[in-house]
Design a protein around this ligand. Structure first.
Ligand SMILES: CC(C)(COP(=O)(O)OP(=O)(O)OC[C@H]1O[C@@H](n2cnc3c(N)ncnc32)[C@H](O)[C@@H]1OP(=O)(O)O)[C@@H](O)C(=O)NCCC(=O)NCCS
Length: 160
């Protein structure tokens, strides 16, 4: 259990996802994103088959509810990790959950010798960009028309 300081106090527990978390992960995806969400088949693949790190934060009152998640694809042969998603339920934002998920992931990756982590995020996603910059990521290029709706993205990188 970890007590977090900012916002209302939460007993934040971050753990690797299990197959029973699939429904909770899908529900959180659909709340956080209207477009560009993972479907069940994709999430199932990322959770059960891919070389990945999937972290979840269960709700304190109902452990089946997932209030935060992070999906990272691991390319071990090149020591490179790619963040596929980072989601925090809207009711729990600005309480350091996103930040704690990222810290856990960075610790895991460093311990296993990963050298680089990359991600993409919408150019107007102020919340995500602030978090990533605070964690030491920097923009290395712009991806024009990256999203299905034609929106542009920043590609960010952090050396570990
Ligand atoms: C981006 C997201 C994961 C942040 O999660 P969170 O738990 O609210 O973030 P934290 O409370 O850990 O915030 C950490 C830091 O990020 C920055 N930040 C977070 N939300 C912010 C906002 N709305 N505006 C500006 N800065 C913000 C701040 O620097 C913050 O530190 P502070 O609270 O000490 O000022 C969350 O807003 C979210 O799930 N958004 C929808 C999904 C999404 O866009 N994911 C990223 C896709 S690439």
């Amino acid at each position: 259990m970890r007590k977090i300081e900012s916002g209302s106090a939460l007993n934040l527990r971050i753990r690797p996802a299990r197959k029973e978390d699939l429904a909770g992960l899908l529900a959180l995806e659909s709340i956080c994103f209207k477009e560009e969400t993972f479907n069940k088949r994709q999430l199932e693949y990322l959770l059960l088959k891919a070389k990945s790190l999937v972290l979840v934060v269960p709700a304190e009152d109902n452990k089946d509810n997932i209030i935060g998640s992070m999906v990272i694809l691991l390319r071990e042969h090149i020591a490179h990790a790619r963040v596929y998603s980072l989601n925090v339920h809207p009711l729990y934002r600005r309480r350091s959950i996103g930040s704690s998920l990222m810290d856990s992931a960075l610790g895991f990756l460093k311990d296993r010798g990963f050298k680089k982590i990359t991600l993409e995020t919408g150019m107007n996603n102020t919340a995500a960009l602030s978090l990533y910059e605070a964690k030491g990521f920097s923009v290395d290029r712009i991806l024009r028309g990256y999203y299905k709706n034609g929106g542009d993205a920043f590609h960010l990188v952090k050396n570990l």
